[in-house]
Unconditional design. Structure first.
Length: 862
């Protein structure tokens, strides 16, 4: 199982992996740890990350940036409109008020959703991760902003599915930072001691996020969070962009904002200027050559001027920080420290604002760019069964209150089921009384607090509800939950019906009546009194129960809330997958007695049709197939580019070698012929060969190698021939020396037979004669001709000689047995016989080894 943490930022992405007992950030194809969040489309292929950035100026309309801000939003959303207006690419409204981005790909007009663009970026991150790990990657944890709504989180999950990734968890970015901070701390207070309260501030290119967390040993609890999703580095860059555009309009009589490319160039220069001002108090110059209308432009700015220009933006930084502090219920003196991450926290003015609020210096113990992805990788390691990580519970919270709405007898009803600050992975059980199927509408309660214009989460149709035998309403239990991703869903809906059953009065019975979930959950559930929907007001139509689980417990093991527990063992299932009614009774041994009517219950699982902002299964499959097709197209284009590069490389390499080391191994006629072919191929590459099929390049390379390879082979034979002959000669001399010692009666070889030594003599003499003849013949052949004997033949001759001779000359002498004492031998034999008759043989049983546990890698988080 792979352990991967992915941080998809507005401007850049980072990927961290867990291996070798730690967490490390991987590099991309350009050996950079940061991968730009860009996707480009060309008539031949699509390009991602750094490759997309390198061609962005020349391909602005087909290079997509800022797609993170569009994920999960509607086209009519004011934020979407603002984002689209600031981008060079075109967008259109799709059915369902969805966003479509128009690009030119493979010479065709293609419309892609922000989710598909995000999937393309995830595909690239997946590929570089697989290259780093040298194995397939599927499981991962992906970061999302803490302010993301249900629809935005579902969109990120859809994007991960399209890219072929299995997202184990969507982790809030500030929570990921808190995890990266807390899991390594050895001095955290014990669980029963006062918590250590730390504020985490993440200000990047797009948004400002603040989170207040409480730490105890092995535990992290999010107390509060706040954000400004429209305040980031790009807003400061935009302020600089308009400032210099106005200055150049007056100074150089040019309007930089009237042209897309000039606007993009000036925006990039403004970003560079801002970063330099963060680390330099002196005036920073800006110089752009041939900027517009063949004019060079220049200007400069001091840090003080920048701060004055962005004074209102700096004031906005205080708002979410103070809001998070207020929601946490803590005072400034209760804060242990303030950790800052994100590129914009490097700006001195922002650091000063944060320090003034808390009367503390900002702490930068975490990597400001990589903390989020490392936290995600740690969370993935915690969820992975193949890694052993220190126990560390994470209790994250819901950012916005969620309410349910319904209708009963034509009148509306509603109930707030999840409050702001409720724990994620939190369940509540509602009881309804209905005679027919009904609809639950789910939405966020406070529209103004949302970063999107649409507060709807979804609609859920509870089907299969019917009246009882008396025509009255039946009880329906609906369990709702916030998933580990922070997404609302209905876990189950159950119809509970009464029924009479004849039971023997003498029978010992055990019937449990349970009104809450019964599996390993805290007993601090809250419950309102059930109200009959037929007689009570609609607002009291549902009763509510809640269960909270630790944030890091991701095993969904809750049982259905029921009046009577269901019996153990497998339950029967109908053809359409709906569970049949089960009667929950526990009986002991029966004794003869009279029969008596006893009231029991049956539970029927109800089907639930949901309408949410997740892509349908069909649309998701189509998007996945389209992504696979684009991946295959990218692969073919890459292979074609490699084939073309091989042709070009061979032309340049061979041409240089023909004038250098290969010149003495080729005659003038062959050299002239090959040089002509190389020059013709070079001209072809920049003309007809600019864009050809992979097969054409392979054939061109083969034609050149047909003439060039024999020349290269002659040089290689020349380089290794002498050393090969020397090795063969050493073997021959060694065996000739052994023959001479044998003839002289050396005792080392006097055990060898005459017939064997004749074989040695014959083989050695033959190889000596063969070697001498080949060496003499080779000396008569010029270097420009093919060799008489190849290095491979010389090596084979040496190996053959060794195979024949070595088994003979290395044969060991026979051992000489020492004389034996007859009496001792006889006595020992008798004792041995007695032992053999009286001993009991011990047998070893073959016991199969115990099955090995799966390998677990120990993570070093100390």
């Amino acid at each position: 199982m792979s352990v991967v943490g992915i941080d998809i930022g507005y401007q850049s992405c980072y990927v961290a992996i867990a291996r070798h007992g730690g967490v490390e950030v991987i590099t991309n194809d350009y050996s950079e740890r940061s991968s730009p969040s860009m996707v480009g489309f060309t008539p031949k292929e699509r390009v991602m990350s750094t490759s997309a950035k390198n061609q962005s100026i020349s391909n602005l309309k087909n290079t997509i940036t800022g797609f993170k801000a569009l994920v999960g939003r509607s086209f009519s959303d004011p934020v979407s409109q603002s984002e689209i207006e600031g981008q060079p690419y075109e967008a259109e409204q799709l059915p369902g008020d969805k966003i479509g981005i128009k690009v030119n790909y493979l010479d065709e007009a293609v419309v892609l959703s922000p989710e598909q663009i995000t999937a393309v970026m995830l595909t690239y991150l997946k590929q570089i991760t697989q290259k780093a790990l040298e194995k397939p990657v599927s499981d991962c944890v992906i970061s999302v902003p803490s302010y993301f709504t249900d629809s935005q989180r579902r969109a990120v999950l859809d994007a991960s599915s399209i890219s072929g990734l299995n997202c184990l968890r969507l982790l809030n970015e500030t929570t990921a930072v808190a995890l990266a901070y807390g899991i390594y701390k050895q001095d955290l207070p014990e669980e029963k001691e006062k918590s250590r309260n730390v504020v985490f501030i993440d200000m990047g290119h797009h948004a400002l996020q603040v989170s207040v967390c409480a730490f105890n040993k092995g535990k992290l609890k999010v107390l509060s969070k706040a954000a400004d999703h429209l305040l980031g580095g790009r807003d400061f860059d935009k302020r600089l962009l308009h400032h210099f555009a106005e200055e150049f309009k007056v100074k150089y009589k040019i309007d930089a904002l009237s042209r897309i490319k000039q606007t993009a160039r000036l925006r990039n220069e403004c970003e560079k200027l801002r970063k330099l001002m963060s680390s330099n108090a002196t005036p920073i110059p800006m110089n752009i050559e041939c900027f517009m209308d063949d004019k060079d432009v220049s200007s400069k700015m001091k840090r003080e001027e920048f701060e004055d220009l962005c004074k209102d933006l700096l004031e906005r930084v205080k708002v979410p920080i103070l809001e998070a502090l207020r929601k946490s219920g803590l005072k400034r003196d209760d804060i242990y420290g303030v950790e800052i991450v994100g590129g914009m926290t490097r700006v001195p003015a922002i650091r000063k604002i944060i320090s003034d609020i808390f009367n503390k210096e900002c702490s930068t113990t975490l990597n400001q760019d990589e903390a989020v992805c490392k936290g995600c990788a740690l969370q993935c390691a915690i969820l992975s069964p193949t890694f052993k990580v220190r126990d560390f519970a994470i209790q994250d919270t819901q950012p916005y209150p969620i309410q349910l709405l319904w209708e009963i007898n034509g009148e509306p009803g509603d109930m707030t089921v999840f409050l702001e600050g409720d724990s994620i992975y939190h369940s509540k059980v509602l009881t309804f009384y209905r005679k027919e199927p009904f609809v639950l509408q789910v939405k966020y309660k406070d529209q103004k607090a949302l970063p999107v214009s649409n507060s709807n989460i979804g609609k859920f149709l509870i089907k299969g509800v019917k009246a009882n035998e008396e025509g009255e309403s039946t009880k329906v239990k609906v369990k709702v939950r916030l998933s580990i991703h922070g997404i609302f869903f209905i876990k189950s809906a159950t119809l509970i019906m009464k029924q009479a059953e004849e039971m023997e009065t003498g029978q010992i019975e055990e019937i449990q009546n349970v009104e809450s979930d019964t599996k390993a959950e805290p007993k601090s559930d809250t419950q309102a009194s059930p109200a009959d929907s037929e007689t009570q007001s609609s607002n009291s139509d549902a009763s509510l129960q809640s269960q909270e689980k630790p944030q890091d417990d991701v095993t969904d093991n809750d049982t259905m809330d029921s009046t009577v527990p269901q019996p153990e063992g497998p339950s029967s299932t109908s053809e359409n997958g709906q569970q049949k009614s089960d009667v929950s009774t526990a009986q002991t041994e029966k004794s003869p007695a009279t029969k008596k009517a006893k009231q029991t219950y049956k539970h029927v699982d109800l089907p639930v049709d949901e309408t949410t902002y997740s892509l349908s299964k069909k649309v998701l499959e189509e998007a996945f197939e389209k992504e696979v097709a684009m991946i295959q197209s990218d692969k073919l284009e890459a292979e074609k580019a490699d084939a073309k590069n091989s042709v070009e490389e061979y032309v340049y390499d061979m041409r240089d070698k023909l004038e250098g080391p290969l010149s003495q191994f080729v005659n003038e006629e062959d050299k002239t012929k090959l040089m002509s072919l190389l020059e013709a191929t070079e001209e072809w590459l920049y003309d007809e060969g600019e864009d050809q099929a992979k097969k054409v390049y392979i054939e061109r390379l083969a034609d050149m190698k047909k003439q060039g390879d024999p020349i290269v082979a002659r040089m290689r034979e020349f380089e290794f021939r002498d050393s090969s002959f020397n090795e063969l000669g050493h073997v021959v001399v060694r065996y000739e020396k052994i023959l001479m010692e044998y003839e002289q009666g050396d005792e080392k070889y006097n055990h060898l037979s005459k017939e064997d030594m004749e074989k040695v003599q014959e083989a050695t003499t033959a190889k000596r004669e063969w070697m001498n003849s080949k060496m003499q013949a080779q000396q008569k052949v010029p270097l420009t001709a093919d060799p008489v004997v190849k290095v491979s033949e010389i090596t084979m001759a040496k190996e053959n000689l060794y195979a024949i001779v070595n088994p003979i000359v290395s044969k060991p002498k026979p051992k000489v047995e020492p004389p034996k004492d007859d009496q001792a031998v006889e006595g020992e034999g008798g004792d041995e016989t007695g032992k053999e008759e009286n001993k009991t043989e011990d047998k070893m049983e073959d016991v199969p080894p115990a099955p090995a546990d799966p390998p677990v890698e120990d993570m070093d988080v100390d």
